[in-house]
Design a protein around this ligand. Structure first.
Ligand code: CA
Length: 403
């Protein structure tokens, strides 16, 4: 009897842990130690004026009092270096392999080979432009390290690239540099690239301008760090596993292969996001909350309060917003609230669960609002974002945890 009771207790604890999101912490931001009036590394302001500010502690704040509309800031990728070790396996001519940065929609920058050149490229809506190039021949079967650095400056986006043998020391100088001064790309996902070539990729690292490692993936033994998935387009990508690195094998397989192939580091999937939020006293306070599975085109799942009187769950698309559920809930100005949103994909749709409570109070045991999104195609993963409607709002202590 005793062991039976113990098993029941254990399973009760386990199911509670599963319901509350007790997986590994994938991302945390307390907005401390940041120069006031700037955005933290890896964040982008999509609408409104988002900066770090001092409240009781450092917070992320939508600071434009007159802003009318949906103000959104999200974790994104900007001002970073992306590096990977690339082994060219087989090639046609002109073979291309390299690393990708600021990939959003059909746009990206690349540091990649092209025949006997190493170049910095910009892709925009199917057009490819070389921004700078130097003579370089990448030998087959000799792993080389590629590093692409992207920096947003008032004059444009500064691109710098270098390539060196993976068993040698990193050279001080950049091999090729360019400034994209027209309408530069400003943020987007890091990744990998091949064209007319098969290649193996290891030791993928994304580093902020401050030197902080934003993502690192050994890719030698199926190790995933940061809970992020790879998203593939074109080619035949073999995900890392069983001691094998990430590979693009289309040419190796002797299939017809002329198009470019990309592996982009995706966002988080199957996660629970928590944040503290507060609307300025005396403002309009028409809404605030969390967005997850946030994509560069604005698609996301959205949770929060609306007009101080209700909670809602919604799916945003570039075409509009689909409200999935609403329940009554009263929100006060000037008070901190804790919000939690859990998103989990299943065979019949994406389950969304939300709760909100005054930050001084204990977390309620039950979810307050639930909905299942069955709209096709489903959202699979993405970044996290915070949003507010028609007001000055502050956010603090954001965390993303695996379910
Ligand atoms: Ca803080």
């Amino acid at each position: 009897m005793r062991s039976c009771a113990l098993i029941m207790l254990l399973s009760a604890v386990l199911s509670l842990a599963q319901a509350q999101g007790q997986g590994p912490v994938l991302y945390e931001a307390d907005f401390e130690g940041q120069a006031e009036g700037t955005l933290p590394p890896g964040w982008a302001s999509v609408a409104g004026s988002w900066v770090t500010a001092s409240d009781e502690t450092g917070v992320l704040q939508q600071s434009e009092a007159g802003f009318r509309g949906l103000a959104v800031a999200g974790s994104s990728w900007s001002d970073y270096d992306v590096a990977a070790t690339i082994r060219l396996i087989a090639k046609a001519e002109p073979a291309a392999v390299g690393v990708v940065g600021y990939s959003a929609g059909s746009d990206c920058y690349r540091l990649s080979t092209y025949g006997d050149l190493l170049a910095l490229w910009r892709e925009s809506s199917g057009q490819v432009q070389a921004l700078g190039a130097v003579p370089f021949v990448l030998p087959a079967d000799q792993p080389h390290r590629f590093r692409l650095s992207l920096r947003n400056t008032p004059q444009g986006t500064q691109l710098s690239g270098k390539v060196w043998p993976a068993d040698g020391a990193e050279p001080q100088a950049w091999t090729v540099e360019a400034l994209d001064a027209g309408v530069p790309l400003r943020h987007g996902r890091p990744g990998l690239f091949t064209g007319y070539a098969s290649a193996a990729f290891t030791d993928f690292v994304v580093t902020a301008a401050s030197g902080e490692v934003l993502a690192a993936e050994p890719m030698g033994g199926g190790v995933r760090t940061g809970g992020r998935d790879w998203e593939f387009s074109g080619g035949t990508w073999q995900p890392p596993g069983d001691g094998q690195p990430l590979r693009q094998t289309a040419l190796e397989d002797d299939r017809t292969f002329g198009t470019a192939a990309y592996a982009l580091l995706g966002g988080w999937a199957g996660c629970t996001t928590r944040v503290l939020a507060k609307a300025a006293r005396g403002g309009h306070n028409q809404g605030f909350g969390i967005a997850t599975y946030w994509q560069d085109d604005g698609s996301c799942y959205q949770f929060g309060h609306l007009a101080r009187s209700s909670l809602f769950l919604a799916r945003r698309t570039p075409m509009g917003t689909l409200t999935l559920a609403t329940v009554p809930f009263a929100v006060d100005d000037g008070a901190w609230y804790a919000l939690k949103l859990r998103v989990e994909s299943g065979p019949d749709g994406v389950l969304l669960q939300g709760k909100i409570w005054p930050a001084q109070a204990g977390e309620p045991a039950e979810w307050q609002i639930e909905a299942k999104d069955t709209l096709q195609p489903p959202l699979r993963s993405g970044e996290v974002a915070v949003w507010c409607l028609d007001d000055v709002c502050s956010f603090d202590d954001l965390s993303v945890q695996g379910n």
